[in-house]
Write a protein that binds this ligand. Structure first.
Ligand code: FAD
Length: 449
C-alpha cells in the first residue's frame, strides 16, 4: 500500500513530491509521458542552444520560482527588451518604443480607457471567491471578446487589444468568460504585470531552459517516478484507492491529482466524483498556442536597433514575437506565438510552409539579414495527448458562477493540484508549484494530526 500517489510529473506534481520527500512521507509519481515537465519542455539542440517549447518566463511576485532557482543555484537572465518594437497593423509595419504603440489619438485614448477599465474591474475581484462579486453574474454571462468589442470604439484599438490579450490567454477572446479573465488578471497581480517584460511576467528566462529546474527538483527521488504510466481508472473501496492503467495497479491511501482538467475528466472514477467536479472538468477547455522559433547565428536585429518584439493583427499568423536568444547571445532566436484561430490555420500547413511563412515575416520586419537562419522549429501542446492544449484551462461563460471553486476542492482523500487549482498565478508555472505544495502540505498536516 502506498501512502500517497501523485498523478502527473509536471511542476505541480513534482513540487508536491518534493515536499512529501522532505517530510519523509512515502509516495510514488505516475506519469503518462516518458519525460518530466508536462507543459514545460526544453529541447537541447546543442550546447547553449535550447528551445523552451512550453513555459519559459518567470517574473516578479512568482516567489516560489525564484526561491527554487536560489535553492538549486540555477541562473536566470533578463529578456532582451531594448530598441524599437514593431506594430504590424493593416499591412503596414511601424516602429515604436515602450509598451504602447504609436496610433491615432482617438485609438490611443480608447486603448488607455479599455486597459484601465479591465485593470479596475480585475482589482475588484476576490481571488478566493470570484463568484461573490456583486456583478459576477453579469461578468460571467459575457465573454472577454464581447467586453472588448463593446469597449473598443476604433478598429485599431480593438486589433491591439485583441493581439495583446490573446497573447496573455492563449485563446480566442470569445472563448474566455469575462469573469475568468478578471480572476486570471488578479491572480497574476495585474494586467500590466501580465503583458509586460519590464517588471512583468516575461522578465526572466532560465539559463539552460525551464526544464533545468524540474530536473533538479526531481533528482533526489527520480526512482519513485514511474514514467509511461497513464492512469485510466481510480476505484475506491473503504479507505483504499486502487489507481490503475494499462499493465499496472497500485493501492494507496491518498491521491494528488496534478494533471490538466480535460485529462482528469478522462479518468474513470468509481464511485464517481461529485457532479460539480465532473461538470466543471467537462467545461474547462484548454487554450491553443504554437511556439515558432527561427534560430540565427547571432541576434542581428539588435545591431540595427530592434528589440526583436513584433505585434501583428490577423494578417500575420503571429500575434506576437520576442527575442528569446540564450544568455550571452551565442545564438539569435526569434520566438513567434500563433494563437487560437491563427494557430489552427497555421498548423494545417506543412512544416516547410510554416518555416517559409515565418521567414517572410522576419525579412519584412528585419530585412535581408533575416534570410539565412540556422534552423526553424515549432511546437504546439495541442497535439500532445497528455496536454491537449495550453497555456492552461480556460473557464467559459457560466462556469465560475455555476460551479465556483469545485475544481480545486478535495474529494475524500483525492487532493487537487495543477496550475488550474491555484488561486495565485493560475495558468502559470508558479501556480502549478503553489498548488502542488499546498496539496502536499494538507496531506502532511492530515498525517501528523
Ligand atoms: C506553450 C506554452 C507556453 C507557456 N509559457 C509560460 C511561461 O512563459 N511562464 C509560465 O509561468 N507558464 C507558462 N505556461 C504555462 C505553464 O507551462 C503551465 O501552467 C504549467 O507548466 C502547468 O504545470 P502542471 O504541473 O499544472 O501541469 P502539466 O505541466 O500539464 O503536468 C501534468 C502532467 O500530468 C501528466 N498526465 C496527464 N494525464 C495523465 C494521466 N492520465 N496519467 C498520468 N499522467 C498524466 C502529463 O503528461 C504531464 O506531465 C506555458 C505553457 C505552454 C504550453
Amino acid at each position: 500500500m502506498k501512502e500517497v500517489i501523485i498523478i502527473g510529473a509536471g511542476f505541480s506534481g513534482i513540487a508536491a513530491a518534493k515536499k512529501l520527500y522532505e517530510a519523509k512521507i512515502p509516495f510514488i509519481v505516475l506519469e503518462a509521458r516518458e519525460r518530466l515537465g508536462g507543459r514545460v519542455f526544453t529541447t537541447q539542440i546543442k550546447e547553449n542552444l535550447y528551445l523552451d517549447f512550453g513555459g519559459q518566463w518567470i517574473g516578479p511576485s512568482q516567489d516560489r520560482m525564484y526561491a527554487l532557482c536560489e535553492e538549486f543555484g540555477i541562473g536566470y537572465y533578463e529578456t532582451y527588451n531594448q530598441g524599437f518594437n514593431l506594430l504590424d497593423l493593416n499591412q503596414k509595419v511601424k516602429k515604436f518604443k515602450g509598451l504602447i504603440p504609436k496610433m491615432d489619438i482617438v485609438s490611443l485614448i480608447n486603448l488607455d480607457y479599455v486597459l484601465k477599465k479591465l485593470e479596475k474591474l480585475a482589482k475588484s475581484i476576490s481571488l478566493n471567491n470570484p463568484w461573490s462579486h456583486p456583478k459576477a453574474m453579469e461578468f460571467d454571462s459575457i465573454s472577454l471578446g464581447a467586453f472588448v468589442a463593446t469597449n473598443c470604439k476604433t478598429s485599431t484599438c480593438k486589433k491591439v487589444v485583441d493581439l495583446a490579450l490573446e497573447t496573455v490567454f492563449a485563446a480566442e477572446l470569445n472563448e474566455v468568460s469575462l469573469l475568468h479573465a478578471l480572476f486570471y488578471i488578479k491572480s497574476g497581480r495585474d494586467l500590466n504585470t501580465l503583458i509586460n517584460i519590464k517588471n512583468g511576467a516575461q522578465l526572466h528566462r532560465i539559463v539552460g531552459g525551464m526544464q533545468t529546474i524540474i530536473e533538479k527538483m526531481a533528482a533526489p527521488f527520480k526512482e519513485r517516478i514511474y514514467f509511461n504510466h497513464a492512469v485510466e481508472k481510480i476505484t475506491q473501496e473503504n479507505e483504499t484507492y486502487q489507481v490503475s492503467g494499462k499493465d499496472f495497479s497500485y493501492a494507496t491511501r491518498r491521491i494528488i491529482m496534478a494533471i490538466p482538467p480535460p485529462l482528469a475528466a478522462k479518468i474513470e472514477f468509481q464511485p464517481m466524483l461529485s457532479s460539480e467536479k465532473r461538470q466543471v472538468m467537462d467545461r474547462i477547455a484548454m487554450g491553443q498556442v504554437g511556439k515558432c522559433f527561427m534560430v540565427y547565428d547571432k541576434p542581428f536585429w539588435r545591431d540595427s536597433g530592434f528589440s526583436g518584439q513584433a505585434f501583428a493583427d490577423q494578417h500575420s499568423p503571429f500575434q506576437s514575437m520576442f527575442d528569446t536568444s540564450p544568455r550571452n547571445s551565442d545564438y539569435g532566436i526569434i520566438l513567434g506565438f500563433t494563437i487560437g484561430q491563427r494557430a489552427r490555420n497555421y498548423f494545417t500547413k506543412t512544416k516547410e510552409d510554416r518555416k517559409a511563412i515565418m521567414l517572410e515575416k522576419l525579412v519584412e520586419y528585419f530585412g535581408t539579414a533575416a534570410q539565412n537562419p540556422l534552423l526553424y522549429e515549432d511546437f504546439t501542446m495541442t497535439d500532445e495527448a497528455w496536454s491537449r492544449g495550453c497555456y492552461a484551462g480556460i473557464y467559459p461563460t457560466g462556469t465560475w458562477t455555476g460551479f465556483q471553486d469545485s475544481y480545486a476542492q478535495t474529494e475524500g482523500q483525492i487532493y487537487w493540484a495543477g496550475t488550474e487549482a491555484s488561486k495565485v498565478w493560475f495558468g502559470y508555472i508558479e501556480g502549478a508549484v503553489r498548488s502542488g505544495e499546498k496539496a502536499a502540505q494538507e496531506i502532511i498536516d492530515g498525517i501528523k494530526n
